[in-house]
Design a protein around this ligand. Structure first.
Ligand SMILES: NC(=O)c1ccc[n+]([C@@H]2O[C@H](COP(=O)([O-])OP(=O)(O)OC[C@H]3O[C@@H](n4cnc5c(N)ncnc54)[C@H](OP(=O)(O)O)[C@@H]3O)[C@@H](O)[C@H]2O)c1
Length: 166
């Protein structure tokens, strides 16, 4: 199973605060939708709740929680990563997309081979959720497309592809 992450992170790796996103960037939202559409997505229980407990349409949603009583009618709920991989495989996928949040990114990073990182050109000192620092010994950026802010997207941003080298 190939494991890919998708994340939007500020320059200080901030990704959220109070279980919310820190920005509204419609172009990144479209990119996220395009990159994940039709694929299984793995998220932590808190990120699912940040999505107002509604599964992302057009994707097999898998939620990771330690709570054995947690249920979600529109998603698969698992307590272990191995079970998430099992369900993705059972649905005939060979790729699983990790969509956050901070705890799940940290947990899944050692198993991940590709990261789709939207770098937001801003810093959020008061964030409480962060993407892990990528070691230059393990990760190399293999693609980047830069965009300027506009009337709908308040920050400059770039769509980066990172691949594991070790
Ligand atoms: N910028 C972005 O691209 C992006 C993307 C996604 C999320 N976010 C942001 O990230 C923040 C949420 O991140 P977070 O770290 O607080 O929460 P999270 O990673 O979404 O979810 C954490 C939960 O996952 C479960 N969990 C963690 N490790 C586990 C393990 N080893 N086994 C089983 N279950 C496990 C636990 O659920 P239980 O407590 O139920 O046991 C834990 O509370 C929000 O601010 C959100 O907006 C940002």
């Amino acid at each position: 199973m190939n494991i890919t992450m998708i994340v939007a992170a500020a320059e200080n790796n901030a990704i959220g605060k109070n279980n919310q996103m820190l920005w509204k960037m419609p172009n990144d939202f479209k990119y996220f939708k395009n990159q994940t559409w039709g694929l299984p997505v793995l998220m932590g229980r808190r990120t699912y709740q940040a999505l107002k407990s509604i599964a992302l349409e057009g994707r097999l949603n898998i939620i990771l929680t330690r709570d054995k009583k947690f249920t979600a009618e529109d998603s698969i709920v698992v307590q272990k990563i191995e079970d998430a991989l099992f369900f993705a495989k059972e649905h005939d996928y060979n790729e699983l997309i990790v969509i956050g949040g901070a705890e799940i990114y940290k947990l899944m990073l050692p198993k991940t081979t590709k990261i789709l990182l939207t770098r937001i050109a801003a810093t959020f000192e008061d964030a409480d959720a962060f993407f892990p620092e990528l070691s230059s010994k393990e990760w190399r950026m293999t693609g980047e497309e830069k965009f300027y802010k506009d009337e709908k997207n308040p920050y400059d941003y770039s769509f980066q592809v990172w691949e594991r080298i070790k």
